[in-house]
Design a protein around this ligand. Structure first.
Ligand code: PHE
Length: 455
């Protein structure tokens, strides 16, 4: 099939692309992963490196992905194939698409388990089980959940089913309606929580922890900390695996790439910082540790809700909205593989979704068992879930992103790129070319080198 014909669906208007892409970006990465990773590496210095990575690496790569999707009009594999052919480049470039699908499958397997936690907590909150919790009981509640494989199995299965439901119906139709009002509501609720944290938490200490860079906090783990900050930037912006690329493929011809990029990355970063501004003041006010790991928000936020008037209502609402934010992200992780399966095998979307989703669901079971029955199975001191979380974000996404940058910057012609970008502002375009050809790939390479002790 010639490119331009592969994907038929289009977002119904410009705003929908922005909404869908921010729905992909904003998710557990911002509200669950950002605070706990920042807490693991000591706060401010991590946050500073994270912000630098967003500006110098994330922004140009996001623009590159949108551009490639919009130009290639297909699943990442077929978009890259078509673009490589059009530029007389090696067909092997399509393997970026393969790598992306593998990365996506691995990400979704654990992402769905965590998505299940948010479902579980929404139910607990509605049932009043979070009422009157203190720090010790919040910890026990969390431990009880992750220690129970059956409970995790149920919530993981429900969450995965929800994601598959939308993908099977086709993203541009299934997703549009949901995100239009849910995203803004989550945002408002988060602002409300920041206000609450400012009044009742140790706000000053929380803010200083988050925004005062103290590189000594990295200790002898500087390489790993910088790598994780970069990985967090990729994960949070949904970059490096074709998720944003496949959404770009549904973009209307007239939508401008550059402005969309800045807006999406801006919203995503803001949500992460707001989440940090909620979590850390509560952590310090309750004498907790920032470095407790993946349970951080589940052990701290319920304490805040317990003190809040109408806390039961707000807690329920919050976990439902977080679940929905996770849902809209999970959909975008699944979409590249399903789009490709449907194209390549001419299977229906429903079949393709069942096949890809079912495989990922199985892998997710291994992830949830690693929290309890299989906790003795470890590699480099990490269980299956932690290991997948670490390797996909910190190695596979940046690697995919680096290849995408090289492809967009060096293989695709300047004129084709300029046309697809749809901007008249030559200065911005030239700056982007510079970033995507040199700064982003070299930046990723330097961070990799630093992590293995070469730099
Ligand atoms: N960006 C999403 C989040 O922050 C996760 C994600 C990663 C989505 C990679 C798509 C691709 O929750």
């Amino acid at each position: 099939m010639a490119h331009g014909e592969v994907i038929q669906g289009r977002w119904s208007n410009r705003m929908t692309f922005i909404l869908a892409a921010s729905g992909s970006a904003v998710g557990l990465g911002n509200i669950w992963r950002f605070p706990y990773t920042a807490g693991e590496y000591g706060g401010g210095a991590f946050v500073l490196v994270y912000l630098l990575c967003i500006a110098a690496i994330g922004l140009p790569i996001m623009a590159a992905e949108i551009m490639l999707g919009k130009r290639g009009r297909g699943s990442p594999v077929s978009a890259l194939t078509a673009l490589a052919r059009a530029h007389n480049a090696a067909g092997a470039w399509r393997s970026i698409g393969w790598l992306g699908m593998l990365t996506g499958a691995l990400i979704l397997s654990f992402y769905s388990v965590i998505g299940g936690w948010t479902l579980d907590y929404a139910v607990s909150a509605a049932a009043g089980r979070l009422a009157g919790l203190d720090a010790a009981r919040a910890h026990d509640l969390f431990s009880a959940m992750i220690g129970d494989p059956y409970r995790l199995f149920v919530s993981h299965t429900l969450f995965m089913g929800l994601a598959m439901l939308v993908v099977a119906r086709g993203v541009s139709g299934g997703l549009e309606r949901a995100i239009r009002w849910l995203m803004p509501t989550l945002f408002v609720l988060l602002i409300g929580l920041v206000v609450f944290a400012a009044q009742t938490g140790d706000f000053v200490r929380g803010l200083r922890y988050l925004f005062e860079p103290d590189f000594a906090a990295f200790g002898n783990r500087a390489g790993e900390a910088v790598l994780s900050a970069m990985g967090q930037a990729f994960f949070s912006l949904s970059l490096g695996m074709g998720a944003i690329m496949v959404y770009g493929a549904y973009m209307q011809e007239g939508t401008v790439v550059g402005r969309s990029t800045v807006l999406i990355a801006g919203i995503d970063t803001l949500v992460a910082l707001l989440a940090g501004m909620v979590v850390f003041p509560i952590v310090f006010a309750n004498g907790l540790e920032p470095a407790v790991g993946p349970g951080l928000i589940f052990e701290t936020l319920p304490i805040a809700f317990a003190e809040l008037p109408a806390g039961r209502l707000f807690a329920t609402l919050f976990f439902i909205l977080l679940m929905i934010a996770a849902w809209t992200s999970a959909i975008s992780v699944l979409e590249p593989a399903v789009a490709w399966l449907a194209e390549a095998t001419h299977a229906t979307r429903r079949r393709a979704t069942l096949l890809a989703g079912g495989t990922i669901w199985l892998l997710g079971i291994a992830c949830l068992l690693s929290l309890n029955n299989w906790s003795h199975i470890t590699l480099f001191g990490k269980g299956i879930l932690d290991l997948l979380d670490f390797v996909t974000s910190n190695v596979m996404l940046p690697l995919g992103g680096m290849l995408i940058a090289v492809f967009a910057g060096w293989v695709v012609s300047r004129s084709a790129t300029l046309e697809t970008f749809g901007i008249s502002d030559r200065f911005t375009f030239t700056a982007w070319r510079l970033l995507v050809r040199y700064v982003a790939p070299v930046g990723v390479a330097c961070v990799f080198a630093h992590a293995v002790g070469l730099l």
